[in-house]
Design a protein. Structure first.
Length: 455
């Protein structure tokens, strides 16, 4: 059996990363926590053991060449929070120990910052090294010539930092200049050319061929991976359940349906909305109320029924920015004559949306999520646009990915709504705390810079 090229230096990366983290944690513990405990040695053992256990359950060191920066940041945040709990848990059971919030906070912050810096330096140095030198590129072949297979080949060629070198297609169904050979030629080619990874399009092989390929990969220390038949279906998260010993694959619901994530997001919404209501709305409401009343007759707040989670109606609050009119279900347009002078300013700066933080506190909305549409828009597009109803599996938001990506404002064509729905669905299927924070930050930037599509 011939050996594989894979891991010429890759096998050393993870141990080096772990060792660096242990050194950082130990040094920081010595600097900031050593004086809090009588038995420093056992405490340090506890700290390191706690880090290892948390890392195992958090899969902290499962970082690969195709792992994104966002995924790494998410892992670091989870690791930091869980490790903090582990450190705090030591003190109630220690006989001679002094609990210091400041010292523990400094220890955690300094450790996480230094570990983050070391991790990203290592991560990006490896990527740059692969790009510049072409070193340690993994040779890959693809079985099949489907759209997904071609897309994967293009990814290998455009994302040089992933460190893959495409060596050819193999297919029994197709024959052209791009095809290296038939499946019967694959095994000899893989061995003679020292191929590292074989990617197999599942709709190109029979069960018997698949079994033979897996056996071949195991016997020759090669990696085999599979390209699903339908990227649109299987690009979503799959989970495997066992009915007794029988495995069954099913599509996961969005992570936002996870009970723990729901609780976390709700707590975030409550805290964030309370900060805004107390710190901003407490003085902004009286000020804008006076200005709104001076310019036009009518209530300060505008309330309108909108479809929310599970398409249940809720009353969405806004500062009234228009003259009282009978066209409440008609979307505002550019230079709409119904908009008052103060209303134009509020819409440009999104101040008219601020009362929706009350909706968030009440539980009707979230800080970040798909924007709630008018009922007339809902009826017009629900049967026209694919995945439109996906947006109703989560709470609507004050801001959302579609808004910060430029798909806000008046819906003039069906394409405008299609683009908005694409962004909403992407957000729902790829939610993370980091994504929420990025959307909030970009919303603030857009408000500061002014948004041309605000009307």
């Amino acid at each position: 059996m011939k050996g594989s090229r894979i891991g010429r230096y890759s096998k050393y990366i993870r141990p080096i990363s772990v060792a660096m983290d242990f050194v950082i944690i130990s040094v920081m513990a010595y600097l900031f926590l050593e004086y809090l405990v009588s038995d420093a040695f056992n405490f340090f053992i506890y700290i390191v053991a706690g880090w290892i256990i948390v890392s195992f359950f958090n899969q902290f060191y499962n970082v690969y060449r195709f792992t994104t920066a966002i995924e790494i940041i998410s892992k670091i945040i989870k690791q930091g929070v869980l490790f903090l709990l582990v450190v705090i848990a030591f003190f109630p059971f220690a006989k001679e120990a002094v609990f210091s919030v400041n010292s523990i906070a400094v220890f955690i912050m300094s450790s996480i910052v230094l570990i983050s810096i070391s991790k990203f330096i290592l991560f990006y140095c490896l990527k740059k090294y692969r790009i510049i030198t072409g070193s340690n590129h993994r040779k890959a072949v693809i079985i099949g010539y489907s759209a997904e297979a071609i897309g994967l080949k293009e990814l290998f060629e455009t994302r040089i930092d992933y460190g893959y070198k495409f060596s050819g297609y193999f297919s029994d169904k197709f024959s052209n200049q791009d095809i290296k050979g038939k499946l019967q030629d694959l095994k000899s080619y893989v061995i003679e050319n020292n191929i590292d990874e074989v990617y197999c399009s599942l709709n190109e092989v029979s069960n018997l061929q698949l079994k033979n390929l897996i056996d071949f990969a195991e016997e020759n220390n090669k990696t085999i991976k599979f390209i699903p038949d339908s990227k649109e279906i299987f690009s979503k998260n799959l989970k495997i359940d066992y009915y007794d010993f029988f495995p069954v694959l099913s599509l996961r619901k969005t992570i936002l349906n996870d009970p723990l994530i729901k609780v976390f997001k709700r707590l975030f919404d409550i805290v964030f909305s309370l900060v805004v209501i107390i710190g901003l709305l407490s003085w902004l409401v009286p000020l804008l109320s006076i200005l709104i009343k001076l310019e036009s007759k009518g209530p300060v707040f505008f309330k309108q029924g909108r479809p929310g989670i599970d398409e249940n109606e809720f009353l969405c609050y806004k500062f009234r920015s228009m003259q009282i009119n009978e066209l409440s279900e008609t979307e505002a347009s550019k230079n709409d004559p119904r908009v008052t002078k103060i209303g134009k300013f509020m819409r440009k700066t999104s101040l008219d949306e601020m009362p929706q933080f009350i909706n968030v506190l009440l539980g009707d909305m979230s800080i970040v999520g798909p924007r709630p549409h008018l009922w007339c828009q809902n009826k017009a597009y629900v049967n026209k646009i694919k995945k439109y109803t996906v947006r109703y599996c989560v709470k609507p938001g004050i801001t959302g990915l579609a808004q910060v990506k430029g798909f806000r404002g008046q819906i003039e064509t069906e394409k405008d709504m299609t683009n908005r729905i694409k962004m909403d669905v992407f957000y729902i299927e790829n939610w993370s705390l980091i994504l929420d924070l990025k959307i909030i930050y970009q919303t603030v930037v857009n408000i500061y810079n002014g948004d041309e599509k605000a009307c």
